[in-house]
Design a binder for this molecule. Sequence first.
Ligand code: ZN
Length: 331
Amino acid sequence: MRVLLDAGHGGESKGTLKGFLPEKELNLKVVLGVYERLRNEFDLHLTRHRDIHLSLQDRIRISYKVKPDLFLSVHHNASEEKLKSYRTELYTSWNIVSPSYDFAYMIEDEIKKVYRDREVYVYPSKFTVLRGFGKIRLLTEIFYSEEVGEKDLENEVDILVNSIRKLASMDFANEPDIIRSYGKYSKPKGYLTTYFKELRKGRFKNANSDWIVVLGSGRLFWEGIELKNLLGCKLYHLGMGVQPSQYEIAYRISKRGFLKLIFLKYGKPYIRYYHTSKESEYVAKEIARVLEYPLGHSSEYICIHPDGIRIEITSDNLDVRKLYMCLSELP
Ligand SMILES: [Zn+2]
């Protein structure tokens, strides 16, 4: 596997100055740390190995020269306002079907080993620097610069090293890029369906029977967090101001093999279940009864395990505790 590591900023572009070092130096420290650890294992390249200025276009140009499997841009976040808590943000390239998500989840798993309660958000992004070459393209903001200490930087190197090793052990890291192999603008009709069929064949062997909470755009954010905490499950926020496509949701779920999905959306109270299984209908009816919401169904093709449960809750005032009580009493 060929890897191109990109330390964000450099030269006159210092990045955020809220940390114990300017962001450009934090980024470089982490990148050089990863480089030292992995240089003998992988075909490893750097966009910069010292304090020089590179434009975003320069970084893209380097990526087309190196042609990496993985392009990883390392940054550290800065808060604009007083946050309730620090959190991790991982930005993938925009493609709705992309192994970049898998890599993001590997990093999430590694983070949780050290920082158990840290919130990790994966966002599809249109950052310029992620438009270069690379089947897997990711920009990390694992820490905020103002919270990070020397020990955290060491941990960050460990997290990235372990994630890259894990990634390299996966088949898809060594497979041709499905998007690129179809051509960026010439996707044959039905290719996503075909792709999902392939996923379904292979990925549900280790299906995770935990609930997963997925948030649509905005508004039910804190309700989503509370529900996630009560259920002790995962939460995916599909992006700020972004209406997630069915494909994107389906992709993320099928890749992780989750069996039970609750999708929260802001709007007029309504419960909808999908024709995936009898259980879906049963659970939706129970929730609708307890919350006293109208119930409907959709016959849309949704890529989820055939025995899976997928329920959408639209609400403008969701009683999370009531919902949780209802879910926890299900057989
Ligand atoms: Zn930055």
